[in-house]
Design a protein around this ligand. Sequence first.
Ligand SMILES: Nc1ncnc2c1ncn2[C@@H]1O[C@H](COP(=O)(O)OP(=O)(O)O)[C@@H](O)[C@H]1O
Ligand SMILES: [Mg+2]
Length: 298
Amino acid sequence: MSGEFTSIDDARERLGRVGYLADEPASLVSFLAARLGKPVLVEGPAGVGKTELAKAVSRATGRRMIRLQCYEGLDEAKALYEWNYRKQLLRIQTEAADTGWQEVKDDIFGEEFMLARPLLNAIIAEEPVVLLIDEIDKTDQEFEALLLEVLSDFQISIPELGVVEARTRPLVLLTSNNSRELTEALKRRCLYLWLDYPTIERELEIVHLHAPELDQAVARKLVEVIHMVRSLDLKKPPSIAESIDWARALLLLGAEDVDQAVLERTMSIIVKHRTDLDLVAERVGVKLGDGLFGRQAG
Ligand SMILES: Nc1ncnc2c1ncn2[C@@H]1O[C@H](COP(=O)(O)OP(=O)(O)O)[C@@H](O)[C@H]1O
Ligand SMILES: [Mg+2]
């Protein structure tokens, strides 16, 4: 079934069916976003399912997804549109010598000479789409200002052409890893969703979804170890993505338990800083070796 979500429960259920386990807050904003016609700003640490939520909403609603991947220095030309200079030049060269400038100008600043980038593509799409503006915190603040017109009025002003209004309303999700504070102007226009590391039970469900063949007892211990590792003061705590990778690796290795030896051999799948590796070996590895871990985790 596709089409818009009809309730919070409907959103949760259909996201689940396309492989995304959404909690109440995520189901709520997914439902409200289309209803209120508001963009959603999803913030949280890396690897907690922000990007995947947008993909899942696209799959569940049957809307095509258009993605704008943000990076430092991203500008109008790569996000909105740019003029196809080469084609314009060719056109000018083939113009008869006596053609007036006005005529040429009207011609070469038409749609045919424009290269539409993700934001404009989302605006001119015939069918309603999901627009994912991924990792907005990587851009500069000036870029946010550029987004405001799109996010609040669903339109883009092009000096040479006029205002292009959205044919259908895109469902917009912005994600941020919180590496910098976003402007109030942007936040005011959005619904807000904070995604955090899941509870043990929820993470177990997610791991099971992605690595169904892994033995349940091993999966549970794996998730418990992950949670313990997260509680240490690491440079980069393991995310859900790392839990999934670890589960798949243990499956391939045929591990029957997550003990000290297994942890030491496979630790680099979940922690990726030299100092973090040392800390995990010392604090978690030793605990697994002592057999203290199971007792403490209950
Ligand atoms: N609620 C969830 N249900 C199913 N899979 C999830 C969920 N949250 C995260 N994942 C999985 O975790 C991984 C990382 O998610 P991703 O969206 O890339 O993280 P982020 O964009 O927050 O950095 C993906 O493989 C995704 O499928
Ligand atoms: Mg992401």
